[in-house]
Design a protein around this ligand. Structure first.
Ligand code: SF4
Length: 346
């Protein structure tokens, strides 16, 4: 169903785009440290940054953080609607609450009225590990969906509709099912994530499956990859997931490279790395194939804007699917560079 569009500090959720979020892991009261991390995240391509607000000092620090941040800030609140009110006063663009621990429907209603007056969005963040007792007898994905919708209906009774919903679980299958149920049941934008996904490699695999499956089905409006690591790596991983699912909103260069085998004639890995580096600033849709031999190389190169199929001493170059020339292997990189420069200037 068509989505409601929710505006989070100028970033639209529900309009078909998919925004990237991350979260600072500095102490929020450390204003300089937090702003420095927010700037690093924004530089890496993060559209919105969330900061935890565990206490009043953090809520007070938010004002200066919001004023100096290059991207919209979300306040992450647990247990205290008072901190949510303080964060709203600090000028954040969205508040994230877990309805299971905010202190009941009355407090959620009070908060909704307060945010509505100020045009601030709200994320209902239901978490598989902290559900209301009343839902616990149901299958987990159903319980998460029902819990989120219950709070959505409280907000709707206050005529509050600038709501984004998340239903995160550390179990990838539960998370996928919960979001699929929510996508069918409501028209609010969905914030996707696998919670507590873990260390770098495991976390990326879990997030790619969970977030990626949903994005490929057309579900999801904003994403956060959770890693027990530098949050900049979360943003890099989120960008790669969006690219793989065809949801990355900007033109970029995609490198296809073969896995190499006994037929490989050229240094595929180092060549692909050099091409990737050479193309990192390309702002046009460009697909470059670096293939180790002619067996599969010709087919893949023909499907790319630019391709090389490695031979023993000389390699074949393809442009827009057609063979154009054969070059000495030592000249592959400079030849690719020449064609990329020509392509960019078209
Ligand atoms: S493209 Fe050629 S070298 Fe590369 S994996 Fe396939 S067969 Fe092997």
């Amino acid at each position: 169903m068509a989505k409601r569009i929710v505006n989070v500090g100028g970033i639209k959720m529900g309009d078909g785009s998919v925004s990237i979020q991350s979260m600072t892991n500095t102490k929020t009261e450390d204003i300089d440290g937090t702003l420095s991390q927010i700037c690093a995240l924004a530089k890496a391509g993060c559209h919105i940054v969330r900061c935890s607000v565990p206490d009043e000092k953090s809520a007070i620090a938010l004002k200066e953080i919001v004023e100096n941040s290059p991207v919209p800030i979300i306040a992450d609140i647990h247990f205290s609607h008072k901190l949510a009110i303080m964060s709203a006063d600090a000028g954040v663009s969205k508040i994230r609450i877990n309805p299971g621990n905010i202190g009941g429907a009355d407090k959620a209603k009070y908060l909704a009225d307060y945010l509505k007056e100020r045009g601030i969005a709200l994320r209902i963040g239901v978490n598989g590990g902290s559900l209301d007792e009343r839902h616990k007898s149901k299958p987990l994905a159903v319980a998460m969906k029902d819990s989120a919708l219950e709070y959505v209906s409280v907000l709707e009774k206050c005529n509050f509709y600038d709501t984004v919903i998340s239903a995160k679980s550390s179990d990838v299958k539960v998370m996928i099912n919960a979001y699929r149920l929510l996508d069918k049941a409501c028209y609010y934008p969905l914030h996707l994530g696998v919670t507590e996904a873990g260390l770098y490699h495991t976390g990326i695999v879990k997030s790619s499956i969970g977030i990626g499956s949903l994005l490929c089905d057309g579900i999801g409006d904003t994403v956060r990859v959770s890693l027990s690591d530098d949050p900049v790596k979360e943003v890099e991983a989120a960008k790669d997931i969006l690219k793989a699912c065809g949801k990355y909103g900007e033109p970029y260069c995609e490198i296809i490279a073969c896995p190499t085998c006994a037929r490989t004639n050229i240094e595929v890995k180092s060549l692909a790395e050099q091409v990737e580096k050479m193309c990192e600033d390309v702002r046009k849709p460009l697909k470059v194939a670096v293939m180790g031999c002619v067996v599969n190389g010709i087919g893949e190169s023909q499907g790319a804007n630019l391709g090389v199929a490695g031979g023993k001493d000389k390699s074949a170059i393809f442009v827009d699917g057609s063979y154009v020339e054969t070059v000495d292997n030592k000249d592959i990189l400079t030849t690719l560079k020449k064609y990329i420069t020509e392509y960019e200037s078209k």
